[in-house]
Design a protein around this ligand. Sequence first.
Ligand code: SF4
Length: 201
Amino acid sequence: MDFTTIKSNLEARGYRVSIHKTAADATRYLDTAINGKTVGFGGSVTLDVMGVYETLSAHNDCFWHWRPRDGRTEKELRDCGNAAEVYLSSVNGIAETGEIINIDGTANRVAAILYGHERVYLVVGKNKIAPDYEKALWRARNIASPKNAHRLGVKTPCAVSGDRCYDCKSKGRICRTLSVLWDKPNGADIEILLIDEALGY
Ligand code: SF4
């Protein structure tokens, strides 16, 4: 995939951008870039399949509510992750024009991306890229969220049919918050890793 346009649009909005041919290349890159840090992880199938937690844990202090540790509750692990020096996440949609979309149920991930870390890395497979803001938002709502609902086994209309968002009123609704990064927040240090493979939802 040609990342020239999205790279230059993201850089114009203040992000650092690196491009990786494979997920394994991106994992090696993070392994070199992050050392001796406390590291928090947002819920992410992308990071899960890449094995980033296992790789970084060898020489960093990592916290992820998807990985039990020291008898801590999921909430304690989320809290530690949100207070970490470095934070890692993927995104639910990213526009070639540079807008970044995330939908969250607990909101720890969107909160952590927005503020509070020395550096944030957003790890993005090519399947997350849409041509513009509207289509990136549509993708996050109608592709990423139904697939996540299905993965979580919640009782929502999208989890059953998987075809689109029904803007449900279900108790199990996983889409409770939406964040849009129009530009990099002031003072934030955010790097976006673009990977030439389909990863996550
Ligand atoms: S709002 Fe409800 S129907 Fe729509 S994607 Fe989220 S959980 Fe599914």
